[in-house]
Design a protein around this ligand. Structure first.
Ligand SMILES: [Zn+2]
Length: 146
């Protein structure tokens, strides 16, 4: 009897089962879809959440049922995050070094935490935007596709 009830506990909060794959043609325009992903909102409806926790994509939107986990961004979000953070930190590092010539210890004490915090702060919105982009472009694959 316990086995029968155990799967019920794992349903989404609102009990919405995964719906059909959304048609990219009927989805909102690309900037809207990416903006919703940046704000941890379902790219399709703008109401549900993309993430369960920090970076785990929910199987399906808890509002409209869009199968968000089929948008498997893989290593694109970390790649784009490194690209953005690098373009912010490296020029700043150069400017500070030229202006103040601080010691290596001071530079490390400023820029190592700054780089870490920026990367952690940007990774989640970048991944959300990537999920939106992939949904809009129809770049979805199921677990069985490998
Ligand atoms: Zn939704």
């Amino acid at each position: 009897m316990a086995l029968v009830h155990s799967h019920v506990d794992q349903l989404p909060a609102h009990g919405v089962a995964a719906g059909p794959i959304p048609d990219p043609a009927t989805m909102p325009p690309l900037p809207t879809v990416i903006g919703r992903g940046l704000r941890n909102r379902c790219p399709v409806c703008g109401e549900g959440h993309v993430f369960d926790g920090y970076l785990t994509v929910v199987p399906a939107c808890d509002h409209c049922g869009a199968p968000l986990s089929l948008a498997r961004a893989d290593d694109a979000p970390p790649w784009l995050t490194i690209l953005i953070v690098g373009h912010l930190v490296v020029p700043l590092l150069y400017i500070v070094d030229q202006a103040y010539s601080p010691s290596l210890l001071v530079m490390s004490a400023i820029f190592l935490p700054l780089t870490t915090v920026l990367a952690l702060a940007l990774l989640r919105p970048v991944k959300g935007a990537m999920v939106g982009l992939m949904l809009k472009l129809g770049m979805l694959k199921s677990e069985s596709d490998g």
